[in-house]
Design a protein around this ligand. Structure first.
Ligand code: ADP
Ligand code: MG
Length: 359
């Protein structure tokens, strides 16, 4: 197991349009990953996730700053001593090697030849590649899901300190993805390696990692366990990105020390904010309920959400619209007029201009 430190790392790419401008793919980013920890790098497309992972792997060299494994700069660790395993989106299997050979290759580098069959068998078994018919197959005889298992089994077959994954389940169908996550989490717990996943899928990030690093434009917006990002977002970007279903956002102003909207009324702010500041109110659909009295809005859409057994109801009210969550059995139809009540204690506020949380 290895502790990873990313210390003020930047990586720029030249724009290929003839100008001297560059993209800051990773921008002065600092991060510590504890030995044995599992973290997910989460962010939208183009936010720098792959670049950050490649910097951590030593496949890219920082333009400034440095990556350390324990206390050693990565640049001073020879490639053969890095003990990193990587699983890429496309699995990168070698076409003329069968699964047994693929998994065994790295074992052979480190173990005595006679131990190989037993270890291949063991690693294969926990990764679910254990069936003999898979071990004898070549990549072109494997389905996407099977290839992915072989790639993961191969990564685990090495004596590794660090495992890195770039969107490992991107090519799998939803049904297999759920099983694969559970299997992989089990493996990580058993093998006690430090692992880093890149994903744009927040649920995958939540189930595979101890901590999430949410990045945008090469810098960290927030890091912590999924629940923290979900319940306690530090800014509007995080609030907008994390959580299914998403927050509703309603724009108002500070009037007489309260949040004020001409037709939604007033809500208490958690602290004093200068008058007339633009403030966005954020509330999750499950914190809005149907009531006897309240803001009477018109139902625009009703969508059953089966995994959790509720209805998502989209309503409009003047220029505003929001979504609320009601029990699956609720009798509610499009064009109904419904009174909505916002649960004050579940409301978060953000400065609309800066995005900063007001707490
Ligand atoms: P992500 O994995 O989050 O989608 P990337 O790390 O691949 O993001 O890319 C971050 C940014 O850097 C993007 O704007 C991307 O276009 C740019 N970029 C990545 N790799 C290169 C490259 N080899 N040359 C030029 N620009 C690149
Ligand atoms: Mg990427």
């Amino acid at each position: 197991m290895t502790r990873i430190t990313v210390d003020h790392v930047s990586k720029y790419y030249d724009l290929k349009d003839g100008t001297k401008q560059h993209v800051r793919a990773v921008d002065d980013l600092t991060l510590q990953i504890k030995s044995g920890e599992s973290v997910a790098i989460l962010g939208p497309s183009g936010s720098g996730k792959t670049t950050l992972l490649r910097l951590i792997a030593g496949l890219e060299t920082p333009d400034s700053g440095a990556v350390y494994y324990d206390d050693l700069p990565l640049s001073q660790i020879g490639e053969q001593n890095r003990n990193i395993g990587m699983v890429f989106q496309d699995y990168a299997l070698i076409p003329h090697w069968d699964a047994q050979h693929t998994i065994g290759f790295f074992l052979r580098l480190r173990r005595r030849e006679q131990e190989v069959p037993a270890h291949v068998h063991r690693v294969s078994k926990i990764t679910g590649v254990g069936l003999d018919y898979l071990l004898g197959r070549f990549p072109n005889q494997l389905s996407g899901g099977e290839k992915q298992r072989v790639a993961i089994a191969r990564a685990f077959a090495r004596d590794l300190n660090i495992l890195l994954f770039d969107e490992p389940f991107a090519n799998l169908d939803a049904k297999f993805r759920a099983t694969a996550r559970v299997e992989l989490r089990r493996l990580l717990d058993e093998f006690s390696v430090t692992s880093v996943f890149v994903t744009h899928d927040q649920l995958e990030a939540a189930s595979l990692s101890d901590r999430i690093i949410l990045i945008r434009q090469g810098h960290i917006e927030q890091l912590g366990p999924y629940e923290h990002l979900h319940d306690d977002p530090e800014n509007l970007f995080v609030a907008n990105f994390v959580g299914v279903p998403r927050f509703n956002f309603l724009r108002g102003k500070v009037v007489d020390s309260n949040w004020y909207h001409p037709s939604l009324g007033t809500y208490l702010l958690p602290r004093a904010v200068p008058e007339q500041t633009d403030v966005t109110l954020a509330i999750r659909p499950d914190a809005i309920s149907l009531a006897e009295e309240g803001v009477v809005a018109r139902v625009e859409a009703v969508t059953p959400y089966f995994p959790e057994r509720y209805l998502l109801v989209d309503v409009v009210y003047g220029d505003e619209s929001w979504q609320l969550q009601v029990p699956l059995e609720t009798k509610i139809n499009v064009n109904d007029a419904v009174a909505c009540r916002f649960d004050q204690k579940s409301i978060l506020f953000f400065n609309t201009q800066t995005g900063a949380r007001i707490a």
